[in-house]
Design a protein around this ligand. Structure first.
Ligand code: SF4
Length: 368
């Protein structure tokens, strides 16, 4: 049994209908509860909850402070390759786009991390396009071995791997893996992922299960907001979280809320989510799950990220480059997408402090 079996029991249209049918009384009932369930989550993300945003935000802030204190965990992504054999219609790295392709070797990665270490980062997220012949488990092991002495936490955001490959990643020192389903709508998924390994909806969906079996300490999931009706995709993300927490209960979880950003190829969001709805969604996740880590990248604006610290966001990146080699030598044409919050690391740390929070660069040491 995997999450695919659980997902098969839910129909997209029926869940969507049920979200839009929630009423003000459903929202009030959910707000009064100490522990919320999936029906309460639907109420929080429904149009009926919009007038209750202030109350949701106050409760979300209280729950976040209880679990996390006044802290924001800091990380930095390091793009190691933009080769990709997939053709996701919303991504600048799609194999359909004529862009210059680069894969960093160990020496190039070591040069990049010199910059990141000087900036103060101790949590590194290695990111790669999906081209398994070029960037595979052995390549990631090589990179992890090289960067491990320099970082307290190493995470991966690369193609879905097999269970035994995740076990190798654990042994190498990876503690956190992010894999986003993009959309949980199995019917429309092929429209956005027409080619390559990523077109296998089920294999991608079952990746967090394989991570859990392999003993990855923390797993990040999420939907790409804007691809489909954001409310329904967010419900399925919450369903996935709920399943994983029951099934792989020793693992910690993180939710990311990437919104579509401009990129080479110019795909337009089908259901764009505005700032107010995005705030509603962050609050909804926090009220549904007080423990879950909520991560916001530099895709979001400075003003939005400053506000989000107060309603549930717990992890943020800063000064990110989305191009391989971009910290040493920036080339705008290699970017996966444009970032929105362009503050330097010092400016970001100062903004976090000005908001009454403390940036946390290092949570623990690798125990290998
Ligand atoms: S989203 Fe990932 S898999 Fe899809 S084209 Fe971009 S880099 Fe490749």
């Amino acid at each position: 049994m995997t999450f695919y079996d659980e997902l098969s029991r839910h129909k997209w249209d029926k869940e969507q209908e049920s979200i839009f049918a929630k009423t003000a009384s459903d929202v009030e009932r959910a707000l009064a509860k100490e522990r919320c369930n999936l029906e309460d989550f639907k109420a929080f993300i429904s149009p009926a909850a919009e007038p209750y945003l202030r109350q949701m935000a106050q409760k979300a802030e209280r729950l976040t402070l209880q679990r996390y204190g006044r802290t924001i965990q800091m990380y930095v992504p390091l793009y190691v390759s933009n080769y990709c054999t997939n053709s996701c219609v919303y991504c600048g790295f799609s194999c359909q786009n004529q862009i210059h392709r680069v894969k960093l070797d160990v020496d190039a990665v070591l040069k990049e991390i010199e910059v990141l270490k000087k900036w103060g980062f101790r949590h590194l997220l290695l990111v790669s396009g999906e081209a398994p012949k070029l960037s595979n488990a052995s390549y990631y092991e090589e990179l992890i071995n090289a960067v491990r002495p320099h970082f307290a936490q190493i995470s991966l955001e690369v193609q879905p791997l097999k269970t035994d490959e995740y076990e190798r990643m654990v042994k190498a020192g990876v503690s956190y893996v992010c894999v986003y389903q993009e959309t949980y709508n199995e019917k429309t998924y092929p429209e956005f992922h027409p080619k390559g390994d990523k077109s296998d909806f089920r294999y991608r969906l079952e990746t967090p299960d394989r991570c859990g079996e392999a003993g990855i300490q923390k797993i990040g999931i999420g939907a790409l907001l804007g691809l489909q009706d954001w409310r329904t995709d967010s419900f399925f993300t919450a369903l996935h979280l709920n399943y994983l927490e029951r099934t792989h209960w020793k693992t910690k979880y993180s939710i990311s809320l990437p919104r579509l950003r401009p990129h080479v190829g110019g795909f337009e969001p089908i259901d764009p989510i505005n700032d107010r709805e995005m705030a509603q969604l962050i609050c909804a996740y926090r009220l549904f799950d007080p423990e879950v880590d909520i991560s916001l990248s530099t895709r979001e604006s400075a003003a939005f990220r400053d506000m989000a610290m107060h309603i549930g966001a717990t992890t943020m990146s800063a000064a990110s480059s989305t191009e391989p080699g971009g910290y040493v030598e920036p080339h705008k044409e290699l970017e996966q997408f444009e970032i929105s919050d362009a503050r330097s690391v010092d400016e970001m740390a100062a903004a976090i402090r000005a908001n009454g929070y403390e940036p946390v660069w290092k949570d623990w040491d690798i125990w290998l």
